[in-house]
Design a protein around this ligand. Structure first.
Ligand code: UFG
Length: 368
């Protein structure tokens, strides 16, 4: 623990949402501690985080399923809270490999909670997803809507929420913040950190950015016959820096008043696939070729959030527009055409001194 700064463990902190939350926590006066096995992230993110925050990054390399080691990490850094990002997140892959998803996502949370119980660190924020609502009967979706998960991935998220609810009931000392994300996109405005999917992107925004730089020929728009204004799927896209700010608000609220909550994080606005493509064309000045393709299995026509609870409980509200999201995605993609594998002769955006090395304690990955 850095003197006077409360330490917060970020499992999966080197990933897309974790790395942006790292920056927001530093700016808010916390000392984040990354725990990551780099199974779906790149160690180069650590140096970028040092550039951005102008301080050494604390990173513990290993797997959250290794409970005794997580106990050690929590104790060593005197963590007062944890944010659990570590988890697999590809819906299609979860259908192919359900055991891997249940073991990693549900087992990972259980391991973390056991370690937290041992060390009496009982404030936790959990990365859940709007996917727990399944195909909603109407929009906007508020937190009282019934949960109806459809994929193994969605089931793991709801199971984790239920585990946290049981724990809270068993011992009121537990403070639990469940955040149901809608569709996080965008990147840090510096262009230093962003989303770095391996292989062919599953999600719309990274696919569009790869078309814009010429890595892929065109966007396949999955379905143009949905009951939406232009026939394409409608989602609630949320800038990742707004999402990161939501995590800071959640941790701060738990530590301040201790009341548990489950809330949606979105903008409250729906945007269609064609509107995303048009916004990206405006932001990049490039034309984005697309063609209509059949609907993607498992997709719903539209969903967007009722975000009033996040406003009243946390005082949080998304600030960025779709144009901001596209501008920052484009900036990240242009500066890092190969993501974190991009070799840059000079730092890609900020010209600030880079500390000599990251504080990475090497540890072999386990489990999976
Ligand atoms: N889409 C395309 N072409 C593509 C990719 C996506 O047309 O190449 C469309 C989809 O059909 C959908 C929209 O773009 O209408 C958004 O699709 P994404 O894959 O970007 O996002 P999803 O809404 O399907 O899923 C995301 C996350 C899930 C999470 C869910 C919950 O990937 O993990 O949001 O909000 F569960």
């Amino acid at each position: 623990m850095t003197l006077n700064k409360p330490s917060v463990l970020l499992t999966g902190g080197a990933g897309y949402i974790g790395s942006h939350t790292f920056v927001a926590l530093v700016e808010a006066g916390y000392q984040p501690v990354i725990l990551d096995d780099f199974s779906n992230s790149h160690p180069a993110v650590l140096q970028r985080l040092e550039q951005l925050t102008e301080q050494p990054v604390i990173c513990e390399r290993g797997n959250v399923l290794d409970t005794p080691w997580v106990v050690e990490v929590l104790q060593r850094h005197r963590c007062v809270a944890a944010i659990h990002f570590a988890g697999f997140k590809a819906v299609g892959e979860s259908v192919q490999k359900p055991l891997m998803y249940y073991q990693n996502n549900v087992g990972g949370l259980l391991s973390l909670l056991q370690a937290m119980e041992t060390t009496e660190c009982r404030s936790v924020v959990f990365s859940s997803s709007a996917t727990v609502y399944g195909d909603p009967a109407s929009v906007p979706i508020d937190e009282q809507f019934p949960c109806a998960p459809e994929s193994p991935y969605a089931h793991t998220k709801l199971m984790c929420e239920n585990i946290l609810a049981s724990l809270r009931t068993s011992d009121p000392a537990w403070r639990v913040g469940v955040l149901r994300y809608f569709n996080p996109v965008g990147a840090h405005p510096s262009g230093l950190i962003g989303e770095d999917p391996s292989g062919i992107p599953n999600n719309l925004m990274p696919y569009v950015t790869q078309v814009a730089v010429g890595k892929r020929a065109m966007v396949n728009v999955f379905g143009n016959d949905y009951p939406t204004p232009d026939g394409t799927g409608v989602r609630d896209y949320l800038h990742v820096t707004d999402l990161a700010a939501g995590h800071v608000a959640a941790v701060s609220a738990l530590l301040a008043h201790g009341k548990s909550f489950t809330i949606n994080l979105g903008t409250g606005e729906g945007t269609s696939v064609l509107e995303v493509i048009q916004a990206f064309e405006r932001a990049s000045g490039r034309s984005i070729p697309y063609e209509f393709a059949p609907r993607r299995a498992g997709d719903v026509a539209q969903y967007f959030a009722d975000v009033s609870l996040a406003g009243s409980l946390l005082g949080w509200r998304a600030q960025c527009t779709m144009d901001d999201m596209c501008r920052d995605s484009w900036h990240w993609q242009q500066r890092n055409p190969e993501g974190y594998r991009t070799v840059t002769s000079s730092p890609p955006a900020l010209q600030v001194p880079v500390p000599a090395s990251s504080n990475v304690s090497a540890r072999p990955a386990v489990g999976m």
